[in-house]
Design a protein around this ligand. Structure first.
Ligand code: HEM
Length: 241
């Protein structure tokens, strides 16, 4: 068996921080969403949950941005060309699906074309969650990077923007606050619906990986810990020389 180092260390660390952060964000996010049903009614608890969600969100965002750097600096299989569908993708997908249908064994070191598609959708969703989450962190609890602009905009003239407190109307211009409410609403909706779609895709991702591990290619799950996969022959997507 030939060993191929597929996932570099940075990609593996990203993957597990990303997974942990998303699970934590989903748990706290749904606590926020169903707070009334769960008997959480105090404003302090509501703000506290949001602050916790946002702090985990910063870890998630920093990790995601680090992975984007890795698309350009990482190992061969971590580069964006191997991760996202690019030139000749349709052809590769067709070829892959045809071979699958015919029951032909195809070993990929990195992502197979169907996997590439799923990963691309996941990254787009993660970016969308990050951007909409950061906007809502600014508009709801005045947290960075946008909170400073928000308080400056809604503070009544003569009031120090830094003195404004979330969910407290003291020193806030009522008209501007109403405008802010309409502005932030679509960001909240996109954030929420993306979370539902993301949950569905994560479920598919886990199902596909477990199925592939059992039915097709042993060792793909352990490769996200060790970095290595083992092949009898050459993988379909070996590095071009
Ligand atoms: C994959 C990552 C994320 C997931 C799965 C997630 C999930 C959720 C969920 C389920 C909600 C509840 C929606 C609601 O109450 O309407 C929520 C709300 C929120 N999230 Fe996230 N989130 C993520 C990333 C982030 C990030 C990166 C930030 C900011 C740093 C953030 C900030 C917020 C804020 C401020 C809210 C409250 C919005 C509102 O009250 O409508 N989220 N999130």
């Amino acid at each position: 068996m030939k060993e191929i180092k597929v996932w570099d260390r940075s990609t593996r660390i990203f993957h597990w921080i990303n997974f942990t952060a998303i699970v934590a964000l989903l748990v706290v996010g749904f606590l926020m969403l169903y707070k009334r049903e769960l008997g959480i009614s105090s404003i302090e608890a509501k703000i506290g949950l949001k602050q916790l969600h946002v702090v985990i969100g910063y870890l998630f965002a920093a990790n995601l941005l680090w992975r984007i750097v890795g698309f350009f600096t990482g190992g061969y299989y971590s580069r964006w060309r191997q991760v996202f569908p690019g030139k000749g993708f349709r052809q590769r997908l067709k070829h892959y699906l045809k071979a699958e249908k015919a029951g032909k064994k195809q070993d990929y070191a990195g992502h197979n074309p169907a996997g590439q598609l799923a990963v691309a959708v996941m990254f787009c969703l993660l970016l969308m969650m990050m951007v909409t989450g950061l906007v809502r962190a600014g508009t709801d609890i005045y947290y960075p990077p946008f909170g400073g602009f928000v308080t400056e905009y809604i503070a009544v003239e003569g009031v120090e923007p830094e003195s404004l407190k979330p969910y407290d109307k003291t020193g806030v211009d009522v008209e501007k606050q109403a405008a802010l409410k309409s502005f932030k609403k679509p960001f909240g909706l996109i954030h929420l619906y993306s979370a539902y779609v993301l949950m569905f895709i994560i479920f598919l991702h886990i199902f596909a990986v477990v199925y592939a591990e059992i039915a097709k290619q042993r060792g793909i799950i352990s490769a996200m810990f060790s970095g290595s996969k083992y092949f009898e022959g050459e993988p379909v997507d070996k590095p071009e020389r």
